[in-house]
Design a protein around this ligand. Structure first.
Ligand code: HEC
Length: 690
């Protein structure tokens, strides 16, 4: 991609092809001989990281699509079945879902890198604009992908965002109807989103090719911001840049693996484990973290149309950056004022993200408006003005000079920048968590669980006792429809043998049919059957329970969460605390009180529960001491029942957890060793280049 190459393969077969299609020459000149500035730092490895992420998303996505069903009645279930029954389906799903977040994380670093070092300036304007187009396509793809699991947040996120288009004058309603394929978000919406979600990544890949082509025409920018002039300024892409990228990629994969194997739901929303329900609006509709700054800009403007225009302008304005910032010095390293404003801008973006996760009320609205003004002021006032008034420090004559003058303070700066980003990033996601706070409930006490932490496993005894509690108590009202009897004999489960699971199944009566006479009949359960639900349909469940249908418990420990707040949330990332769901379920079961505290009135047919949001729950106190007898001598107390049934429900929601953690440990070990090898290889390769 950088002009004609005189590369000639030596193998006769390759030579034959090369004469007809000079593809090896192209590859050689683009990725082997290609001259790379020798002063690139690690921020430049994010290009390679992003290429890998795109490939990974496409690969995992294509396999997931083989098992996914894009239908409003089946989508949620098909995703659950992927996770439970497809070989390594849980891994594919975690890689793809966490991968989307990591992809955005990497693209943000890549973009801020470009901003800091002036990579958008002449002659790289088209390269930069292609990047903005890729980013826009990524946002569309990510948004539509989030809709596919058809959970509550999928559905309501889609509703809120598609509704924005109704603000367009005159055509608004028609556009929205077209997007929906109907008069509300529904099955046609899901179908078209799936189709486009499958298509857009390939469009992204196409624009990426253009992006890389433009890069190879202009050549890479570098931290000094001076163009490469002589051969002394550059090194060959392979092995120098390749090995450095490999090291960057392996470090990134370690970070990525932490989420995949240990915190798969850390960045997700508990509400998305509740199947989409058009009749129930979640308390807070929050987009994924990577959209939050723009969501904040949207909401800080009271007029809907103006808000939508501002939100899109916030992205489109990036296209005009090369002309808004006309300073001749590229790199902010040599622009003391631009450097300060750059960091202020980063903080503004992060704070906007935080506000995007908060309810739009009171002080948050005012702060949102101020920060929105700051955001646009950076592009429209600060950058044009700085170009005029700032006197930059002298830039090095050449890249080779820059390498020689390498300052000693570099490692320290890099470390402090990293630290600032981690703190700021956790503030942002911490905010997201805040917004999911359960209103009006007490925070459930944190329990000790055998399955917490990187080495946690399920306590078999507890699983077996929990199954008994479920069967004898909860099953009267609650279904467990994603768990099959055969699962009781799966590795990492309650530890029954297949024969025991079959015997357990045969105690149930399962409705089957029609038979040859066309009649439905009942037969004993088989291992392949799923736990039967106590009510034939939701209406019946509702009618029998004072108007509130008891939720299916298969996913309940993942579908409930509670607020952790900012500092705690950041600490959770390192301690891997993720048992909000089990803590909550355990607390609900023990949180019933005979008498509501003074001043609290509980409506007829509801019961007072300390931990239930709003405190009035339609479930009568299900457990009391002595209700279930255990064969193993465990105490017959509510506390014990609650603990065991919650453990059992955690397993029901996450049957592959032990496998996930075990494989995670192996992957971690591999990646750390691999990263070390890459690092030392890189040192060796670069030893003669400095
Ligand atoms: C008599 C019927 C009945 C029994 C028995 C019962 N539940 Fe419930 N449960 C309900 C109903 C009804 C609701 C819905 C409450 C509401 O939304 O107000 C509910 C809700 C729940 C919730 C969700 C609370 C929330 O945050 O929305 C959990 C968790 C739960 N039950 C667990 C259990 C467990 C575990 C057992 C067995 C120990 C059990 N239930 C036994 C009727 C029952």
């Amino acid at each position: 991609m950088s002009g004609p190459s005189d590369f000639q393969p030596s193998n006769p077969a390759l030579k034959w092809i090369e004469r007809r299609l000079p593809i090896f020459g192209l590859i050689h000149s683009s990725f082997v001989a290609y001259p790379t500035p020798r002063n690139l730092n690690y921020w430049w490895t994010f290009g390679a990281i992003l290429s890998m992420m795109l490939a990974l998303q496409i690969l995992t996505g294509v396999i997931l699509a083989m098992h996914y069903t894009p239908h409003a009645d089946l989508a949620f279930k098909s995703v659950e079945l992927i996770v439970r029954d497809v070989n390594y389906g849980w891994l594919l799903r975690n890689m793809h879902a966490c991968g989307a977040s990591m992809f955005f994380f990497a693209v943000y670093i890549h973009m801020f890198r470009g901003l800091y070092y002036g990579s958008y300036k002449e002659p790289r304007e088209v390269l930069w604009i292609l990047g903005v187009i890729i980013y826009l396509l990524m946002m569309a793809t990510g948004f539509m992908g989030y809709v596919l699991p058809w959970g509550q947040m999928s559905f309501w996120g889609a509703t809120v965002i598609t509704n924005l288009f109704s603000a367009v004058p005159y055509f608004g309603e028609s556009i929205v109807t077209l997007l929906w394929g109907g008069y509300s978000v529904g099955n046609p919406t899901l179908n078209r989103f799936f189709s486009l979600h499958y298509l857009l990544p390939f469009v992204i890949a196409g624009v990426v090719v253009l992006h890389v082509w433009a890069l190879h025409v202009a050549g890479q920018n570098n931290p000094a911001g001076v163009e490469a002039k002589t051969e002394k300024d550059t090194v060959a892409f392979t092995p120098y840049a390749t090995i450095k990228d490999m090291f960057g990629v392996s470090c990134f994969l370690i970070f990525f693996a932490w989420f995949i194997f240990y915190m798969p739901n850390y960045l997700g929303d508990a509400d998305n484990y509740i199947p989409a329900n058009p009749g129930v609006t979640p308390a807070h509709i929050v987009p994924e973290w990577y959209y939050l700054p723009f969501y904040a800009i949207l909401r800080s403007i009271p007029n809907k149309l103006a808000g939508v225009v501002a939100m899109f302008s916030a992205i489109i304005i990036l296209c005009f950056l090369p002309w808004l910032d006309s300073a001749r010095t590229r790199s902010s390293k040599y622009r003391p004022l631009a450097k300060q404003f750059f960091w202020i801008f980063v903080v503004v973006c992060i704070l906007l993200g935080y506000l995007g996760s908060q309810p739009p009320e009171g002080i948050y609205v005012i702060a949102g408006r101020i920060l929105t003004v700051c955001y646009f002021a950076y592009f429209l006032i600060v950058l044009p003005l700085l170009a005029r008034i700032e006197t930059p420090r002298p830039v090095p004559n050449s890249i080779a000079d820059d390498v020689l003058a390498k300052s000693k303070g570099r490692a320290a700066t890099a470390a402090s920048v990293m630290l600032a980003m981690v703190v700021a990033g956790s503030l942002l996601v911490g905010g997201t968590q805040n917004a999911k706070a359960e209103e009006g409930g007490n925070a459930p006490p944190a329990q000790k669980w055998s399955f917490s932490g990187p080495f946690g496993t399920y306590d078999r005894g507890s699983l077996q006792r929990g199954l008994k509690v479920y069967k004898e108590v909860c099953a009267a009202c609650h279904g467990l429809s994603y768990v099959a009897f055969r699962n009781l004999a799966d590795p990492g489960g309650p530890g029954y043998s297949p024969a025991q699971a079959a015997a357990f199944a045969s105690e149930y009566k399962i409705k089957d049919g029609p038979n040859d006479q066309g009649e439905m009949f009942e037969r004993p359960g088989r291992p392949a059957d799923y736990f039967p639900s106590p009510f034939p349909n939701e209406q019946a469940a509702r009618a029998a329970n004072g108007g509130a249908a008891p939720p299916d418990l298969s996913l309940i420990t993942k579908a409930r969460s509670y607020k952790r707040g900012f500092p705690q949330f950041a600490i959770d990332f390192f301690t891997q605390y993720q048992e909000q769901g089990p803590d909550y379920v355990d607390a609900i079961l023990q949180g019933f009180e005979d008498k509501a505290p003074a001043g609290v009135t509980i409506p007829e047919g509801s019961y007072y529960n300390k931990y239930f949001p709003g405190h009035a729950i339609k479930m009568p106190k299900p457990l009391s001491d002595g209700q279930v007898t255990f064969d193993d001598g465990s105490p017959a107390t509510v506390k014990q029942y609650a603990h065991d049934v919650t453990t059992f429900l955690m397993w029901a929601a996450e049957p592959h957890m032990e496998e996930r953690k075990r494989i995670g440990m192996q992957v971690f070990f591999f990646l750390v060793v691999f990263a070390f090898l890459m690092y030392f290889t890189k040192r060796k390769v670069w030893a003669n280049a400095h």
